[in-house]
Ligand binder design. Structure first.
Ligand SMILES: [Zn+2]
Ligand SMILES: [Zn+2]
Length: 805
């Protein structure tokens, strides 16, 4: 290999010093030699330094031209200090040299230094041209300094520099980035000779701003003015197709791209992968991806995130393994996509590994941390989610919402609402998703007061008429026992043809035992031309079941496939079995199970078993529970139901045996609890609970209620106690049930005559149901109890369920 130092080797420094030799007329030749030497050595810092040394010895370091080349050589190697040293030696540096220095800072990502140097150029009255402004503007764009950028632009416009194509394009990109599309259009209109870069900037700008039709219009104008589109132009248009969601148009552009001969362009093909997967056409995305002649990390990332977006999480991991095997390189975007896949599938174990990998390989940022909070929330690992959340320095609305949804969905509704107050204190504006999860939290807690306050927030922020929020509100008011408020919201929203909203109203009526109204909403829905879906029929069948509308239910079930082309799923069969066995029509229920097109699963059998318990049908109950345990031996609910059946038949030996089984298998019955809202608090009570600060007062008051209901004729139904203890003990246990504690506390702490709302996580027991009816008459109060199945509206000694639940 010829050494770039052959020049040095043959001619010592002293002999080639033009000043000493008096060979001034040979100066241009010598400079050229240095320059070619610099060009050759430009990849090695030592060589540049040694050339620099020769230049100094030859007293050429203050020459504008040589210095410019030196600055460039040093900047290309990242030695900005050396470059600056060269620059500082030159008296009155000219434009080219200044721009070389400025470009050096920009290229090394030193945006603050770039802008400082630009300031220095202005203050020393050095030559500032359109190229300097372009560099400075780019530094502003990358460091998100909008104010400085706008100042540079207005200065440049004053001097008429915006007509320069490079500066003009940069100005457009800058203005677009900060959302000033109108001003970008003005700069664009003022440019005399627009090249493809200018067109790309403005077209890309409109796509970024979401004005897709304007982008297409400009594309046609560009075509009309005879400018050939570049791959970047096509990438913007492909992105626009994705934004419009028009697959046909996207395929049209695809054809156009092939016609333009860009069928092998990696940038364009990657955009197609992204576009197709965003529109759910994963087939086409795959087709493009696997046909790509070469792929870069961006293309792999597009395919991986496309799979995740379309629920193909397994495939995304396969792709990841192939990526690692083929090139070994992945980046933060890859990891974030895979983490999102894990949260979709609740893949906690894999998610944890990726989390560890992300911590080791990448600096934490907002997107990564938010994805991790979301992952742990969705997987129910709230401790880890909280840990990551609390350690984050920056949190945006998406982070807060991820944490909030996690709390709400894992039953920590109270904490979700507390977190929301904290979010407001920090001045983070909630979005629609935040509100939906908050409204669901209120619904879960049965907290009407908070639900109303969230509704108020929604109203003030203008979100209250958003259809998703309206649906959540209908659900919330129905679950909080305010079916009339749910109706009111529904009547505002029902002009929309949103099936989910209509379904939530049907469900609401069903929960309240208003079966006829539920069926009425359904008929109206058909009249309005809406197409019912599977959920509609689930809600309807369950509404019929809770209102004893057996014939209605059967005929609706039969109409599903016949009139609406909806094949009943196992859940629908389970609803119908529930309807029949609740009504004691076991033969029909069994016949239905026989002719089902699939083997009965847990849902169907559980419905049958529950009917057996209600009707004390021990003969059918036992074989049913055997079948159930064969399917799902780890479900404590089945054991509890079976032991209840035995207990009601007073077969205590069997009850003990089943309890023993549960213990051996490490299963625990879900503890029953009741919630009551008074003042600003939601109070929780468990059976026999004495953890409440006012517990003595509560039990004392319950005693007085007990003697009052007993004198009114109440006889305890001790068959509700599923333990083999003496009668006195059974009655004592009944009076410790959580719903009674909650009712007593509610009566003690709310004004006379006001309504009391109780929420219970399990089904209300028969004896509490009787007692609550008596209490409502004696204290002249309305009591609404929402249990796991439905609402009981107690008033003046009666319940809205007609003792049928
Ligand atoms: Zn009870
Ligand atoms: Zn009832």
């Amino acid at each position: 290999m010829p050494s770039p130092f052959h020049f040095i080797a043959y001619k010592p420094f002293s002999t080639c010093n033009p000043l000493k030799d008096g060979r001034f007329n040979q100066l241009p030749i010598i400079i050229n030699k240095f320059l070619s030497l610099l060009r050759e050595s430009s990849k090695n810092l030592i060589w540049v330094k040694s050339t620099h040394a020769q230049i100094i010895t030859n007293s050429l370091s203050t020459d504008q031209f040589v210095a410019t080349k030196l600055v460039k050589a040093y900047s290309d190697l990242g030695s900005l200090e050396a470059a600056r040293y060269v620059f500082d030696q030159v008296f009155q540096p000219k434009g080219l040299l200044c721009n070389a220095m400025l470009g050096g800072y920009l290229q090394s990502g030193l945006y603050r230094e770039t802008l400082e140097f630009f300031g220095l150029m202005r203050s020393r009255n050095l030559e500032v041209d359109s190229c300097s402004c372009t560099f400075a503007l780019k530094a502003c764009a990358r460091s998100l300094d909008c104010e400085m950028g706008m100042e540079i632009i207005s200065n440049a416009v004053e001097k008429g520099m915006e007509k320069n194509r490079f500066l003009g394009s940069s100005m457009i990109s800058f203005l677009v980035k900060f959302g000033k599309i109108g001003e970008a259009q003005r700069v664009f209109d003022g440019m005399p000779n627009k090249d493809v870069v200018c067109w790309n900037s403005i077209i890309g700008g409109y796509v970024q701003a979401g004005c897709f039709d304007v982008a297409f219009q400009l594309f046609f104008e560009m075509h009309g003015s005879g400018i050939k589109p570049s791959p970047i132009t096509m990438t913007s248009l492909i992105q626009a197709c994705g934004g419009i969601g028009d697959l046909k148009l996207g395929k049209c552009i695809h054809g156009c791209v092939l016609g333009l001969g860009m069928g092998n362009d990696i940038l364009v093909l990657t955009s197609f992968v992204d576009m197709y997967s965003k529109m759910g056409d994963i087939e086409s995305a795959r087709w493009v991806f696997y046909k790509m002649p070469t792929r870069n990390l961006v293309s792999w990332n597009a395919m991986i995130s496309g799979c995740v977006r379309n629920g193909l999480v397994g495939e995304s991991f396969d792709l990841f393994h192939r990526l690692v095997r083929s090139s070994g390189g992945f980046d933060l975007t890859t990891i974030v996509s895979l983490l999102q896949g894990c949260s979709q599938t609740a893949g906690l174990a894999t998610g944890k590994i990726l989390h560890g990998c992300a911590i080791r390989s990448f600096e934490s940022n907002l997107i990564l941390s938010t994805t991790i909070v979301d992952l742990y929330s969705k997987c129910g690992s709230l401790k880890q989610a909280t840990f990551v959340f609390n350690r984050m320095k920056d949190r945006n609305v998406i982070t807060w919402t991820a944490m909030l949804v996690g709390l709400a969905q894992n039953g920590h509704a109270e904490d979700a609402l507390t977190l929301f107050s904290q979010m407001q204190e920090e001045g983070i504006a909630a979005n629609s998703v935040t509100f939906v999860s908050l409204v669901h939290s209120c619904a879960h807690l049965g907290s009407l007061k908070r639900g109303r306050s969230i509704h108020g927030h929604l109203f003030r922020l203008g979100f209250a008429f958003d259809i998703v929020n309206m649906t959540a509100l209908v659900d919330m008011y129905a679950k909080c026992g305010k079916i009339n408020l749910a109706e009111r919201i529904f009547s505002h929203g029902s002009i929309s043809k949103d099936v989910v909203l209509w379904n939530s109203m049907i469900t609401g009526y069903g929960m309240h035992g208003h079966g006829h109204q539920a069926v009425g909403v359904y008929h109206k829905m058909i009249e309005e031309g809406l197409k019912p879906n599977q959920t509609t029929f689930l809600s309807l069948l369950s509404a019929c079941s809770h209102s004893r509308l057996v014939e209605q239910g059967i005929s609706l079930f039969n109409s599903m496939e016949r009139d609406h082309n909806i094949r009943p799923t196992e859940k629908h069969y389970a609803c119908l079995v529930d309807l029949l066995s609740r009504a004691g029509r076991f033969e029909e229920a069994q016949a239905l199970i026989e002719k089902m097109p699939f083997q009965p699963g847990t849902a169907v059998l559980e419905a049958l078993l529950s009917g057996c318990r209600t009707h004390k049908n021990i003969n059918l109950g036992i074989p049913t529970s055997d079948k159930l345990l064969a399917l799902d031996a780890m479900n404590p609910g089945i054991y509890v139901m079976l032991s209840n059946i035995y207990a009601e038949a007073r077969r205590w030996d069997k009850v003990d045996y089943i309890r023993g089984l549960m213990r051996n298998r490490g299963l625990k019955k879900t503890p029953g609890y009741s919630l009551v809202e008074t003042g600003n608090w939601v109070h929780t009570f468990f059976a026999g609970d004495n953890s409440h600060p006012n517990w003595e007062e509560i039990y004392h008051f319950l005693e007085s209620l007990r003697s009052a209901v007993e004198t009114s004729g109440y006889v305890p139904d001790t068959s509700c106690v599923l333990r083999d203890v003496d009668e006195e003990m059974k009655v004592r246990m009944l009076w410790g049930h959580s719903e009674r504690l909650a009712i007593a506390f509610g009566l003690l702490t709310t004004p006379a005559g006001s309504l009391i709302r109780i929420t219970k996580n399990l089904r209300v027991c028969g004896d509490c149901h009787i007692v609550t009816k008596y209490i409502s008459k004696i204290v002249k109060r309305e009591i609404i109890v929402r249990d796991a199945n439905r609402f009981h509206h107690f008033s003046n000694g009666e319940c809205s369920c007609g003792d049928y639940w």
